[in-house]
Design a protein around this ligand. Structure first.
Ligand code: DAH
Length: 343
């Protein structure tokens, strides 16, 4: 009897393990646990077992029944969905669920890239409020009362005193009021101007401001930093041009151009077909800059006899447009996934 029990266990486990579909499994179930099954037979034969062995044999048969049931239970989900079960079968040939990995918006990416260049030069990233007051947006920066940008039509005023900042320059004044030189900071952020939206204008865009103040900062330091930036951003062969300009918060001031990234400012390329990017000029304006005006230092409590500095401000969208060859600024803000996916 004991041998028989062992034999049945061995063959049952083997058959269940090797069952290739739900049908085979069901057959095994009937063969062993069915009403006329082999395990059931064993129970029926108990009457022929001597009373001395009965308890032990009974236990062995019960254990066998349990082993077979367990083996069947474990195998069932693996084979579920067999021809007659009606349950759903996993189709392992179906493509998996693709989880798309997010990515940075091209503007965030450009901000990170620009800041990265300056961070490598030792600059620290600083931010400031987008709702600004007249003092920091204008007065502290030596922008006079009659300046057109102070007009309600040129700025988003919230009330008499507060407005959406029209540039990142006010953060210069905020930072200087609470920090002592020497320092080198870079200030990324959103700015607002009530421009009618078109391919090259948006009422909101991003700027990056730079400010370096120490005891002996010269215009050549500004040139060096910006030249390095332009080469890292647009390629080793990029040339720079500084044109005299005017900003109330810098003196002297300059508008800074890079050699055209499409035609390289190459005369042969410019004629007879004018370059579509620079219009044949060979140069593209990328930012405004200058030496910090002594009046700005005085406004924040610095002694202009003791400190000098340079500042610059650039439009992030403009840099991204040039770098990636984008033709319309609105693409940055429409959230069209087909556009964003390319970055
Ligand atoms: N704030 C200026 C603007 O929005 C840009 C600018 C020009 C910033 C010269 C500067 C600078 O720091 O030195 O047009």
């Amino acid at each position: 009897m004991r041998d028989k029990i062992r034999e049945i266990e061995k063959s049952a486990v083997e058959e269940i393990t090797l069952a290739v579909d739900a049908d085979a499994l069901e057959k095994a179930r009937v063969k062993y646990l069915g009403r006329k099954g082999l395990v059931t037979e064993l129970f029926k034969n108990m009457s022929g077992v001597s009373p001395a062995d009965r308890a032990e044999i009974g236990k062995l048969i019960n254990a066998l029944k349990e082993t077979v049931s367990k083996a069947l239970d474990e195998k069932t989900p693996v084979l579920s969905g067999g021809s007659d079960s009606g349950a759903q079968k996993t189709d392992i040939t179906l493509p998996g669920i693709i989880r798309e990995i997010g990515r940075l918006h091209p503007i965030s990416k450009t901000i990170e890239e620009i800041c990265g260049v300056f961070i490598s030069l030792g600059f620290k990233v600083v931010e400031g409020p987008e709702i600004e007051n007249e003092h920091y947006n204008f007065e502290a920066l030596n922008i006079p009362l009659e300046h057109p940008s102070r007009d309600a039509f040129d700025t988003f005023y919230l009330n008499d005193k507060w407005l959406l900042r029209s540039h990142t320059s006010p953060v210069q004044a905020r930072f200087m009021e609470t920090n002592k030189p020497p320092f080198a900071i870079i200030i990324p952020g959103k700015v607002y101007r009530p421009d009618a939206t078109d391919a090259s204008h948006s009422f909101m865009f991003h700027q990056i401001e730079g400010l370096v103040v120490s005891d002996n900062i010269r215009f050549s330091d500004l040139k060096g930093a910006l030249t390095l930036f332009a080469r890292q951003m647009f390629g080793e062969n990029t040339r720079m041009r500084f044109r005299p300009s005017f900003f109330p918060f810098t003196e002297p001031s300059a508008e800074v151009d890079i050699s055209c990234i499409l035609c390289s400012g190459d005369a042969a390329q410019r004629a007879p077909h004018k370059c579509s990017l620079c219009g044949g000029k060979g140069w593209i304006e990328i930012l405004g800059a200058g030496m910090v005006n002594p009046k700005v230092f005085r406004n924040v409590g610095y002694n202009p006899e003791k400190v000098t500095g340079f500042a610059f401000g650039m439009g992030v969208e403009r840099i991204a447009i040039l770098k990636y060859g984008i033709t319309d600024i609105r693409m940055f803000f429409e959230n069209d996934i087909r556009f964003l996916r390319q970055f």
